[in-house]
Design a protein around this ligand. Structure first.
Ligand SMILES: *Cc1c(COP(=O)(O)O)cnc(C)c1O
Length: 526
């Protein structure tokens, strides 16, 4: 274009990267919002609608769409849009813009569209009618050309909470899932453990993604976690590790599969199935091999065979056990011994009961460390989040970032103290930042007094004084250009959750599952 290359090079540096993320947030009245207001063209609409359909199981699906400014007023474009909306079973459509208003209503009438539709000339006009919509239990895709400034609408829809968020990178989750899949033999199935709110990352959102990417099974700890997953429209099999008697109704009502580990519980569950007129109800048998948590003893196999052979009510779906120390090299002989006990028990059961079932024992670290323990299925947990496996650390992608913002900056003079009980002493004149996260959010109080560090502008700043319930102070004296409102990372890229965990003598599992529900989960996907 006849422009001097050096001038171009200089100016390129000043370009801001365009944020192309599909943002996914919790909205008002139990809605979810997928915000894709960065691009508006037919291809990106198709991708966004696909994502909406994947995440919106059980929700009303609404699309808010502006004119495609660049495309002009072409009827075929709008026909294409309508086809896409119908294909993805959209329930409600809100069109904003002059072209939209001119073309779409007539087109929808002509094609006998059943989609409920409203049209507005501009964003402001829609914003004025916003409250009459009573958005509730909806999955709302917001997609508009930049000039339409749909941010205004996104703000109205977003749940108002304080600014600490747990960001979940769905691309990283999918990447990690595939990494683990590649480690399996073609016939080995994959169960993903999504207990405890999917390790803090959001049970239904993660479960949806896993179903889409063809996980074979999901595992939860308690029945109500499974019920949540079913309510979100997830239909793949779900095993419940800890089915209590008072949850049996919930289990059979939602086609969840109980893990049976004692004869009392087996009696009760069998009776429940029988009384409800069910047959061949899928169950799992857990064998105790060394964890000493839940499970039948290996010596119970003879009795188990008697109970399950020709049992009309219960059908054994799998026989499994749980490893106590798969990540610990010192205990590898113990791990192998656990495996051997399981296959021996499973072989006896298979022979005695007379039909085939799945056998599984490997959790994340066993998948990585013991390819020979894969059996018929593995149970992936922490690895999904890119955490916990040293051997794979450069192939897995950390999926979680806990971040907050600076509420206030203050100059503290040498000798002054910071926070409760005056434990944090300024050893020099210091710049102290107050961050909007505390132990009530899951930022452990054990990170007080320099044990914890946070990232500000990519640099580490130590915690000064004790962590408070809703806030924590960090020393940013050495960091250049810090401003109020700046983002602060508690863990994530550049500050590994493993290291944070180690500094307070715990494991990433505890930190992840301890992030409280008031911390907004924000999902994104590129
Ligand atoms: C939590 C759990 C897993 C997954 O463990 P990770 O170490 O997170 O991979 C597997 N099996 C059972 C029975 C579990 O409770």
């Amino acid at each position: 274009m006849n422009t001097d290359i050096h001038k171009l090079k200089e100016r390129m540096k000043t370009l801001q990267p365009v944020n192309m993320r599909l943002e996914f947030k919790k909205g008002i009245n139990n809605s979810i919002i997928i915000n894709d207001s960065y691009s508006a063209d037919i291809d990106s609409l198709s991708i966004a609608l696909h994502f909406l359909q994947q995440q919106a199981k059980g929700f009303t699906k609404t699309v808010l769409l502006s004119d495609f400014v660049q495309a002009g007023r072409s009827n075929s474009l709008y026909e294409n849009i309508l086809e896409q909306l119908q294909k993805h079973k959209i329930n409600r459509f809100i069109g904003v813009g002059e072209q939209m208003q001119a073309v779409m209503p007539a087109l929808m009438a002509e094609k006998n569209s059943r989609i409920k539709a409203n049209f507005y000339l501009n964003t402001h006009e829609f914003a004025q009618h916003f409250h009459s919509f009573n958005f509730k239990d909806e999955a709302i895709l917001i997609k508009g050309a930049r000039v339409f400034r749909f941010e205004e609408i996104a703000t109205l829809l977003e749940q108002k909470v304080h600014q600490t968020v747990l960001e979940i990178n769905l691309n990283a989750i999918v990447h990690n899932f595939k990494m683990f899949q590649q480690m399996l033999k073609p016939a080995t199935k994959m169960m993903v453990m999504v207990k405890a709110f999917a390790y803090g990352s959001g049970g239904t959102e993660i479960a949806n993604l896993l179903q889409y990417h063809k996980a074979d099974y999901l595992g939860v700890a308690y029945a109500d976690e499974g019920v949540e997953i079913r309510k979100a429209g997830i239909s793949i099999p779900v095993m419940v590790l800890n089915p209590e008697e008072n949850a049996f109704d919930a289990i059979t009502d939602h086609l969840l599969e109980a893990d049976l580990f004692s004869f009392d519980q087996l009696d009760l569950f069998e009776k429940h199935v029988q009384q409800n007129g069910l047959k061949n109800y899928p169950v799992h048998i857990e064998i105790e091999t060394g964890m000493n948590r839940l499970g039948f003893n290996v010596s119970d196999t003879t009795t188990l065979i008697k109970r399950f052979k020709n049992n009309k009510f219960l059908k054994v779906q799998s026989v499994f056990s749980h490893l106590a120390a798969s990540e610990d090299q010192v205990e590898d002989a113990f791990t192998i011994r656990q495996y051997e006990l399981l296959i021996k028990a499973a072989a006896e059961l298979r022979k005695g009961i007379g039909y085939d079932f799945l056998r599984h024992i490997a959790n994340s670290s066993a998948i990585v460390r013991f390819p020979s323990l894969q059996l018929d299925m593995v149970r992936l947990g922490i690895g999904l989040y890119g955490v916990g496996s040293k051997q794979l650390s450069n192939q897995l992608q950390p999926a979680l970032t806990l971040k907050s913002t600076i509420a206030q900056l203050k100059q503290v003079k040498k000798g002054e103290t910071v926070s409760y009980n005056r434990r944090g002493v300024a050893l020099q004149n210091s710049l102290i930042a107050t961050v909007r996260i505390g132990y009530a959010d899951g930022y452990s109080r054990r990170l007080s007094n320099g044990v914890g560090q946070m990232l500000v502008n990519g640099q580490k700043a130590p915690v000064i004084g004790t962590v408070c319930m809703d806030m924590v102070m960090i020393d940013v004296t050495k960091i250049k250009g810090v401003k109020e409102g700046d983002e602060v990372i508690a863990f994530g890229d550049g500050l590994h959750i493993e290291d944070v965990a180690k500094s307070i003598d715990t494991i990433p599992y505890e930190i992840m599952t301890g992030i409280s529900q008031r911390v907004k989960r924000v999902y994104w996907s590129e």
